[in-house]
Design a protein around this ligand. Structure first.
Ligand code: NAP
Length: 234
């Protein structure tokens, strides 16, 4: 199947999955239960198997209903860096998540102007799905270290759970901003994910240097990178 067909198919599938999440959320609400939504925000430049393994592990260990991938339009912590246009990052994320029935991609941050703050995303999720929805914001250990600088962080911790995907051997307790979580201990949970030494930065550098990127990310994403000449022209 050529890339254009794969993209079209991924978009259609994504729409169906999104409708199913809305339906399951309504069902949970009628039954007086809470739908458990994982939120996997990221720059995804490009999305790779590290991201997918984190999302799948958290989905399974936290018994989530689904994981919503949210490509950031303008990540506030990457103001000085060049990043690929968000539509490319969105399409790669669609291709990467298409085959997983409980992964879907949201355009929320793409359609919002200005910097993509997590608090605005979680507020919008609660507005769309209702206050009963339980949001699980998935972050890596690096993001945890920066948490204090996030916009309206206290409100954000009150609105959602933080799931820290810890790499084996990393001292999660050391990195935790204790005073923020002292009386909100139940709001932050750690999930150990299989160690995958894959990073978007490394993949971009490999493309620039003509090194292989096969098996670091889904084949369709690799195909997208080559056909759009992403990174190689930087
Ligand atoms: P990213 O580089 O695209 O990666 C997404 C997440 O996956 C990160 O938490 C990252 O953790 C993790 N990850 C990547 N490769 C991994 C691997 N091989 N194994 C395990 N984990 C891996 O994400 P990002 O650009 O830093 O953004 C993360 C989220 O934080 C976004 O939703 C962003 O909007 C949000 N954020 C919000 C604010 C704010 O609201 N003020 C500020 C900063 C960030 P590591 O970082 O540990 O690699």
């Amino acid at each position: 199947m050529d890339l254009r067909c794969k993209l079209y198919q991924s978009m259609t599938l994504n729409k169906d999955k999104q409708e199913q999440v809305f339906e399951e959320n309504r069902k949970a609400q009628r039954a007086g239960e809470s739908y458990r939504l994982g939120i996997m925000g990221g720059t995804f430049d490009p999305v790779h198997y590290g991201h997918l393994a984190v999302a799948e592990t958290v989905y399974w260990k936290m018994d989530l209903g689904s994981v919503m991938f949210v490509p950031s339009r303008q990540p506030p912590h990457k103001k000085e860096r060049w990043i690929s246009p968000v539509e490319h990052r969105y399409q790669m994320t669609l291709l990467a998540t298409a085959s997983n029935p409980h992964f879907w991609v949201s355009r929320q941050e793409i359609e919002r102007s200005g910097y993509s703050y997590a608090i605005d995303t979680v507020r919008e999720v609660k507005r769309i799905f209702g206050p009963h929805l339980e949001a699980y914001f998935i972050v890596g250990t690096d993001a945890l270290l920066d948490l204090l600088s996030w916009k309206d962080i206290v409100e954000l911790i009150d609105l959602c759970f933080f799931i820290v995907a810890s790499r084996p051997g990393y001292d999660f307790i050391e990195a935790r901003p204790n005073h923020l979580f002292s009386d909100r201990g139940e709001k932050i949970k750690t999930v150990e994910v299989p160690s995958l030494a894959i990073s978007s930065t490394d993949i971009r550098e490999r493309v620039i240097r003509g090194k292989p990127i096969r098996y670091l990310l889904p084949e369709a994403v690799e195909q997208y990178i080559w056909s759009s000449q992403l990174y190689s022209a930087v």
